[in-house]
Structure formats: C-alpha cells, structure tokens
Design a protein around this ligand. Structure first.
Ligand code: ADP
Ligand code: ZN
Length: 517
C-alpha cells in the first residue's frame, strides 16, 4: 500500500495536511477506533477517504446529507477512486451498479444514508462485502438532545457489532455532552481515541464591547471598514431594517435580510452579497447557511448570540480566505435577560434547558473574560493554546479590580429585597437614591441603603452586568426579570472566594458622551 503522504498528493492533489488531519489519518489507518471533532470546513472527509484507500477492503461511510454524498462520490470518481452511494436519491440503475460492484469486490468506498440500516438485508449485504472500516460522518446525529437527531443513527451500534471493524466517527459539534453521548452510543464497549483540533481561526480578530449606544457602536465599527464586505447580526427582524437604513444614511451600501422576507428578495440579497465587494448585510441568524463567500472582512453582533457555538459559527463566516478579518460582539443586561427567557420559555425538556443555560454561560464568560479571548474560546472547545495576540484583550490588557466587596453589597441588596427586583431599583438602594418606589417599599430603612455610594450608577450597572455574566445573578423571566441569586454566588457571600471585575469597560461606559441611538 502507498503511504498516506503519497495518496494525499497523488489522489487528492494536496501538498500537505491541514491542522489536525495527519494524526487522525494515522490513527484510522492503524485501525484504531476514533472520534474526531473538527470544525466545519476543517477537512473531515479526507480523514476517512484517505485511510479508505490506504487500508484493505471496503470502507462504508454513513452520512445524512444526500447532496453532500453525491458530491463526494463524484469528486472521488474523478480522482479515479471506485466510490458509490446507496441513498434515496439514486436511480435504479445507479443502485444496480453499486450492488454489482459490491458483489465483485471492486468498490473501495460506499456512502450510505442511515435509513438504509433499517432495511433488514443491509447488514447481511455488508457482512459479505469485506468491509474493513466504518466511517460515521455528522456523528452528533446520534445525540437525542441535538437538533439533528436521526433515529436510524442508533442502528450503527448493531452494524458495528455485526461487522466487527474499527469505527471512525466525525463531527463539528464540540460540546462535552454531545461528545459523551456519541461515545456512549457508538462505542459502548471501547474507548475511542478522541481528537479535537483545528478550531482556531487565527486570522479573525476577536472583540467584545459592553452595549452602550449600540447603533453608534456599530456605525463606528463599520465606518472604520468602509468599502469592505461585512455582516451585522441582529437579535430581531425589525432591528435589521432600521440598522441597514442607518448604515445607508452613513454612506454605506447595506441591505437587510431575515427569514420573514420573500424567498425571492432573500435570494437577491444573497446573490448581491456574493458578487459585490463592499456590501453590508444586516441580518438575523437566518443569513449564513447558504453563504459561501471567502472574503467577508468583518462580522459584528449588534446583539449577543444565543450560545458560544452560535457565536463561533457566526464569526467564523469572516475571513475564510485566511486574510485578516475583524469581529465585534456587543452585549448588555437586556441581551442576557432575553436569552435566558428564550431558554426558560422554550419547549425543550428540563435537562436540555439546563444545557442551553450552560452554553449561554460559556458565551457570557467569554464576553466578560479577563484574559486572551481566544484562549477562553478554544479551551471551551477543548483546545489548549497560548495567548493569541489577535484579540482585544491581548491588544490592551484589561484593568481589573477586586470586586468582592461590591458584589457582596449587591447580593445583600438582592436578598434583603426578597429577590424581587431588577438592577435599576437595586442600584437606587445601593447608591442611596430615595425614589418614590424605594420609599413606598420602605427600602430606605434597609441596612444596605446607601452602602454603595462609593461607586456611581454607571459603575454599578457594569457590576450587575458582570454578575449576570458570571452567572451569580439570573433574571427570572416569570417575574419581569427580577434578579435571583444563583448557587454560584454563595461562596462569595460566605466570604470563601473573591472575584475580580473589569474596570475598563465600566469606565468607558461611564465616560462616554451620551449619544442617542
Ligand atoms: P468538512 O470538515 O466541513 O467536512 P471538507 O472535508 O468538506 O470539510 O473539506 C473542506 C475543504 O477543504 C474541501 O474543499 C477540501 O477539498 C479541502 N481540503 C481538505 N483537506 C485539505 C488539505 N489537506 N489541503 C487543502 N485542502 C484541503
Ligand atoms: Zn488573545
């Protein structure tokens, strides 16, 4: 058999492996059970296609994406590889040809939709076909809590037992729960080698900013990048139209895009964006799936995304060409309230809601990070890295202060008022501002009244935002966002731990001239 390097260049025409590919290829070639987690576009297919050619026998690839299977089969055939597919998209002639090739042992790679596994004859057929490797693409489809659950994926375990061959599973979904579920379902009796790499996109500059006057912040960011292609993601459809208008008034070329638009209008925006060099699309998350533009120079979030995975995917649309790209994500207490209530009021089962809060917490932790953002982001995906030198926190180290005292005072105000109020009222109490509401509730008489006079109102707003970001306080959607203390705050209240808070975002917010958005 030729070496992996030789096949890489002679069959696939690539001069070198991408980050992470070679280790996976080596392990799969060596017949190990493997779970490889690589980002979309990271080059997963090569990690089973190359070993398929380096190993004896037939490689069966399970994939849920029919169009993608057909593309890959076409590509492999053009490269001279005997590949075929069994999917519902086949013509009868195609299916016959695959069966013939299976019979005479000439097939090297067989793609198969999971539905096929429900046919009784499939396992028997494959048992006779000399299978040497089972590859599972989009392996997160075995996860019941995932958005892409495919019941037929649960049959892969049986197939594996019947064939008794190594399994190489691939996914771009990196969170730990999904990973554990894939292992439990696909490898119940063995521990696969897990590879996780290639999540870094070093050319993308990462930055977050506390929401101050969001429209001005986005206009400033876009203004410094005039004439470049960019995307602004907004949390609501209505906002996309207003912001696109404001950008046009500031002299940009800008369109809005959301799922409520006619398909034809959406297509026009997609085509223009693809073709033009300097269009800004202001969109909801509906924009992106079909967009494959390599030279998007920047992505901004006017509102906080819903999870760290969503954030990663959305900023990842920038700079696919490898040239420098910029991002900016705005966030504030209203975003946190909105995202929490979307989770709480959704229809997901309780375990899922807990996991969704966890994914939101991970993003908030990134937003409130005190050190290199890329390190925080990559460590969430399981990758270790050094400080990147290409994020706002590497550019300017944040000024931090011991926020323990301020946080304890705030928690005390929350508890003494029965966890029934939002940040505004609590700040009035802390700063000794005897509003009508404070007087009516008798909150002037609380021992907490006025204990926070050393910080001004804007600073307190920053403290509360960071407390929500660290999940010390959660807004209760059922009670108009009243702030409730979480268990994570108890050690702080008991004096068992301390907490560092950022000062610079607070200062910046406090010193910024008020600009009407
Ligand atoms: P995904 O991980 O999303 O399945 P693909 O396997 O489709 O990604 O690969 C994404 C693209 O990268 C494809 O166009 C593929 O040809 C290309 N690619 C994969 N490996 C390499 C490599 N070693 N060198 C250059 N291009 C590669
Ligand atoms: Zn950094």
């Amino acid at each position: 058999m030729p070496s992996a390097d030789t096949i890489l260049s002679s069959v696939f025409g690539f001069s070198e492996f991408r980050p992470g590919q070679e280790e996976v290829v080596d392990a799969v070639c060596a017949g190990e059970d493997v779970l490889a987690i690589m980002p979309t576009g990271g080059g997963k297919s090569l990690c089973f296609q190359l070993p398929a050619l380096a190993r004896e026998g037939l490689t069966v690839v399970i994939s849920p994406l029919i169009a993608l299977m057909r593309d890959q089969v076409r590509g492999l055939r053009e490269a001279g590889v005997a590949a075929g597919a069994l999917t519902s998209g086949n013509t009868p002639e195609e299916t016959d040809a695959v069966f013939e090739a299976l019979e005479d042992g000439s097939l090297k790679i067989l793609y198969m939709a999971p539905e096929r596994l429900a046919h009784g004859g499939t396992v028997r057929l494959l048992s006779r076909a000399g299978v040497g490797l089972l590859a599972v693409d989009e392996a997160h489809c075995v996860s019941q809590w995932g958005h892409d659950f495919r019941p037929d994926y649960l049959r892969i375990g049986d197939l594996r037992r019947a064939l008794d061959v190594p399994v190489a599973a691939f996914t771009a979904t990196a969170d730990a729960e999904t990973r554990d579920e894939i292992i439990a379902r696909l490898f119940p009796d063995t521990a696969p080698r897990v590879f996780l790499r290639g999540f870094d996109r070093p050319n993308i500059h990462l930055a977050f900013a506390a929401k101050d006057s969001p429209r001005r912040q986005i206009l400033d960011f876009a203004g410094a990048r005039k004439g470049q292609s960019g995307i602004v993601y907004c949390g609501t459809r209505a906002k996309t139209e207003g912001l696109a208008q404001a950008l046009r008034e500031a002299g940009h070329m800008a369109c809005h895009y959301h799922g409520g638009m006619e398909a034809e209008d959406r297509r026009i925006v997609e085509t223009r964006f693809q073709r033009e060099d300097s269009l800004i699309v202001v969109a909801t998350v509906a924009f992106g799936m079909g967009v494959d533009k390599p030279d998007i120079r920047w992505v901004a979030h006017a509102d906080l995304p819903k999870s760290i995975e969503a954030y990663y995917q959305e900023i990842g649309r920038a700079g696919r060409d490898g040239a420098p790209a910029e991002t900016l994500t705005l966030f504030g207490p209203d975003d946190i309230r909105l995202r929490r209530s979307q989770i709480d009021e959704g229809l997901a089962p309780p375990e899922r809601k807990g996991a969704d809060h966890g994914r939101l917490n991970a993003l908030l932790g990134l937003a409130e990070a005190l050190r290199c953002r890329r390190q925080v982001l990559l460590s969430y995906f399981g990758e270790d890295s050094a400080a990147c030198g290409n994020c706002d926190l590497c550019d300017t180290a944040p000024e931090v202060f011991d926020g323990t005292d301020a946080v304890r005072k705030a928690l005390s105000a929350v508890l003494r008022t029965g966890e029934s109020f939002g940040a505004g009222h609590l700040i009035d109490i802390l700063t000794g501002n005897a509003t009508d509401k404070v007087r009516q509730r008798g909150h002037e008489d609380l021992p907490t009244f006025g204990v926070g006079r050393d910080l001004d109102k804007r600073t307190w707003q920053g403290v509360f935002r960071q407390m929500m970001g660290h999940d010390l306080l959660r807004p209760d959607a059922a009670r108009h966002g009243a702030l409730v203390m979480t268990d994570a705050a108890r050690p702080l209240l008991r004096g068992e731990t301390t907490i560092e808070l950022r000062r610079d975002t607070l200062r910046k917010a406090a010193h910024r001239p008020a600009v009407r958005a």
